[in-house]
Design a binder for this molecule. Structure first.
Ligand SMILES: Nc1ncnc2c1ncn2[C@@H]1O[C@H](COP(=O)(O)OP(=O)(O)OP(=O)(O)O)[C@@H](O)[C@H]1O
Ligand SMILES: [Mg+2]
Length: 356
């Protein structure tokens, strides 16, 4: 079994606490992605699982054994790093076979394993090239193949796509997902790219400042972010946030921010005690083609399949709406906008936790 359990894991580097007590159950065969901003402790967490770093406190279990004191090579893990570290003087074949040769595996089996891995990653035609004759994406796949040949139950990957250009990164996402389906191994994957996490993960762990902010499926996290940090981290463009107060009019809840007033669904505000809130709304839930509120378009960013309209209202407040490109809005245009009340997220102004 290749399930992993982290219990109250802590890592200190001198006075820096890189990981501040993480507990997490990773299921056998799961594609789990740890995502968060630079410096939040992702690599440190992964390195404690692999054994490259020793935890200051806490426990790591792989399957049913505690591995805190087990050497990295004896943990049954395969690692893929950002830095591919292919040997330039060896063919692709020998790069992939390297680990097997070290184990003195019989040549017949080496041949079979390397070919199977190369086939899985569509690099059979490259086997007798040198790494410097491969493109970035091909090298990335060679590095993956080098890990696959060892048949690990668990793959640990630290930003393995970061050296690729934007288009290739997107293509490799689909390939990695396909590979995961085929191998049925446990993947623990680290990235700072929210789109990568959204598209590939079975489950996402969002880290911030050495702690876990939220764990959930991609759509759970997108639709119901439990903190303002998570809400702002996922989605392009960043969610709109407005500071304001909750009040009521004829018994119905209302959010007020400057001149803006929005009626909210009653059930969403029932349990909210403090009335100082941050209202969050994604750009796709802001309409600029109908509504009762007045704004003025400032900047239009065409994305092709949609356009982002940044507009001002009230006293220099700004919102962004994602709209159909057919709307043909130009900077300076007056527009009437509305926010979809059922898609408003409410957060506590002091600590950012979700209120509705
Ligand atoms: N060997 C080390 N010695 C001292 N501090 C370290 C060491 N390794 C990491 N840190 C610190 O621990 C924190 C977490 O680092 P880590 O590398 O885990 O971040 P990360 O989330 O992987 O970031 P990135 O996205 O930039 O790779 C950072 O503040 C970093 O400076
Ligand atoms: Mg890192």
């Amino acid at each position: 079994m290749a399930n992993i359990r982290l219990t109250e894991l802590v890592k200190e580097f001198g006075s820096t606490v890189a990981v501040k007590g993480i507990s997490l159950d990773i299921e056998n065969g799961e594609f789990l992605i740890i995502v968060g901003p630079s410096g939040c402790g992702k690599t440190t967490t992964l390195n404690m699982i692999s054994g490259l770093e020793t935890p200051t406190a806490g426990e790591i279990m792989i399957g049913d054994r505690v591995v805190n004191d087990v050497e990295p090579g004896d943990r049954g893990l395969g690692m893929v790093f950002q830095d591919l570290a292919l040997f330039p003087h060896m063919s692709v074949f020998e790069n992939i076979a390297f680990g097997l040769r070290v184990q003195k595996m019989e040549d017949q089996e080496v041949q079979e394993r390397v070919r199977a891995a190369a086939e899985a990653l569509y690099i059979l035609p490259l086997l007798y090239k040198r790494p410097n004759q491969c493109s970035g994406g091909e090298s990335q796949r060679v590095a993956l193949a080098r890990t696959i040949v060892n048949n690990p139950d668990v793959f640990l990957m630290d930003e393995p796509l970061s050296s690729l250009d934007a288009k290739l990164r997107v293509d490799m996402r689909t390939e990695l997902k396909r590979l995961h389906d085929r191998l049925k191994a446990t993947f623990v994957y680290v990235t700072h790219d929210q789109a990568e996490a959204m598209t590939m993960a079975d489950r996402i762990v969002v880290m911030n400042g050495g702690k876990v902010e939220q764990v959930g499926s991609p759509l759970d996290i997108y639709d119901t972010p439990m903190t303002q940090f998570v809400a702002g981290f996922f989605g392009m463009p960043t969610m709109n946030f407005l500071e304001g107060v909750l009040t009521s009019s004829n018994g119905d809840p209302i959010f007020k921010s400057g001149s803006l007033e929005i009626s909210l669904p009653e059930e969403s505000t029932q349990n909210i005690k403090d009335n100082k809130v941050v209202l969050g709304i994604r750009s796709e839930h802001v309409s600029v083609s109908d509504g009762a509120l007045r704004g003025q378009a400032r900047i239009i960013e065409p994305l092709g399949d949609a356009s982002l309209v940044y507009f001002e209202f009230g006293e220099e407040e700004e919102l962004v709406a994602k709209v159909s490109p057919e709307l043909r809005i130009s900077p300076g245009d007056q527009l009437m906008f509305s926010l979809q009340a059922s898609h408003c997220h409410l957060f506590d102004q002091s600590d950012g936790h979700r209120l509705n």
